[in-house]
Write a protein that binds this ligand. Sequence first.
Ligand SMILES: *[C@@H]1O[C@H](CO)[C@@H](O)[C@H](O)[C@H]1NC(C)=O
Ligand SMILES: *[C@@H]1O[C@H](CO)[C@@H](O)[C@H](O)[C@H]1NC(C)=O
Ligand SMILES: *[C@@H]1O[C@H](CO)[C@@H](O)[C@H](O)[C@H]1NC(C)=O
Ligand SMILES: *[C@@H]1O[C@H](CO)[C@@H](O)[C@H](O)[C@H]1NC(C)=O
Ligand SMILES: *[C@@H]1O[C@H](CO)[C@@H](O)[C@H](O)[C@H]1NC(C)=O
Ligand SMILES: *[C@@H]1O[C@H](CO)[C@@H](O)[C@H](O)[C@H]1NC(C)=O
Length: 397
Amino acid sequence: MKKSLTYFTAIVLLLSWFLFGSKKLSWFLKIQAEKSSEPCEFQTIFNFGDSNSDTGSMSAAFYPASLPYGETFFHEGAGRSSDGRLIIDFIAKHLGLPMLSAYINSIGTTYRHGANFAAGSSTIMRQNKNYFDGGSPFTLEIQIGQFIQFKSRTGKFFTKENESSFGKHFPKPEDFSKAIYTFDIGQNDMTDVISKMGKEDSHVLISNIVELFSKQVQSLYFFGAKTFWIHNTGPIGCLPLARPIHNAENNQTKVAGYLDQNGCVNLTNDLAKEFNKKLKDEVVKLRAQFLNASLIYVDMFSAKYELFSNANKSGFVDPSKICCGYHEDGYHVFCGSKQTINGTEIVPGSCEDPSKYISWDGVHYTEAANQWIANRIVDGSFSDPPLPISQSCQITH
Ligand SMILES: *[C@@H]1O[C@H](CO)[C@@H](O)[C@H](O)[C@H]1NC(C)=O
Ligand SMILES: *[C@@H]1O[C@H](CO)[C@@H](O)[C@H](O)[C@H]1NC(C)=O
Ligand SMILES: *[C@@H]1O[C@H](CO)[C@@H](O)[C@H](O)[C@H]1NC(C)=O
Ligand SMILES: *[C@@H]1O[C@H](CO)[C@@H](O)[C@H](O)[C@H]1NC(C)=O
Ligand SMILES: *[C@@H]1O[C@H](CO)[C@@H](O)[C@H](O)[C@H]1NC(C)=O
Ligand SMILES: *[C@@H]1O[C@H](CO)[C@@H](O)[C@H](O)[C@H]1NC(C)=O
């Protein structure tokens, strides 16, 4: 499989040298410029990532998420790490498309408008952790492999004769190059980098992670993807479980400069910023390489940081508060689980009004926060180039 991919890559490279390394270049650019004022009218979304955009993968593969997860919008566990919808759900809604089904979920699904390969806990780099240690087998590389399989199998079963029945459930071959490919991954890689600090060089680790990410984007391009909407990673040092108030066992707390003016863990956010800077540089490089593709870098870090720093003004309670979960005195009872402490069984319920909280369970955002963030990013305010998502197929470079 690896071998045939390399072979394929070489052919595509040769082909693009032929196209771009000749007079056809100006002809191409002209076609692109004429197309560029049209809205993209995306019919299909393919998403890759971790729990920030998992709409049912880990629930289908392992144990289903159950209430209070999902309580706000779905009124049942809906495979999402939130009380309700995720940013990807609001993106789909904004584009006039239904919510994405997880690729590996087989019941009650539709793939007519795309598929979601994101899975909670997933990383870009392979991990040495199984599901029970908080790992995910669905690294970005596996997610891209699943997509390639999805594409080749839908192509195999599609024929003109059964277009009307097949087309109700799956994308048509021509939909793949017109689709938007969205990414939100890297957060769990940063957690991994933190755990290796002092043992491995974090700068080298982060560079390697970004390089692997780039390889996967290139692989999708060679399989026909044209529009890439890439979220950077959020301010993970602002998540309540990173903060000393819920992390009493962290003895670094009293070190000067440990927290920033918003109570976020400085070191953790600095790592996220380093990842984001390297990611942005890589996206810029890919643009120069793939003149025929649109690569949008979305600064989720800033959008989310703005929410943490303006929580009160935006109608949210203290951003260090957690809606569901017990995290005090060095005890951690996660939302959805239970534990006996000093003879008392603790089963964390959820807060009275999740719409007032930024954090659902200490790590994941509430539906209200997700909606707040989605509203800010879809119009292009945090994008480079500053295109709204509905026009992100335009090639501006
Ligand atoms: C570039 O895009 C055009 C229009 O979608 C397509 O016809 C052409 O094959 C693409 N070229 C490459 C090298 O991918
Ligand atoms: C479409 O037709 C092909 C070839 O006859 C067949 O293999 C496939 O199962 C059909 N798919 C559907 C959804 O009917
Ligand atoms: C925190 O604890 C570790 C080992 O448990 C120790 O090596 C380190 O010096 C401590 N740091 C501070 C600031 O006390
Ligand atoms: C947080 O880190 C930044 C850069 O690493 C530094 O400039 C700033 O002073 C730190 N914040 C605090 C509160 O010390
Ligand atoms: C915002 O701050 C004000 C003043 O401290 C307080 O009265 C109000 O309850 C806060 N809003 C929320 C949603 O917590
Ligand atoms: C459990 O008991 C110990 C000892 O009495 C006490 O220090 C601790 O605060 C208690 N913890 C909880 C969560 O009740």
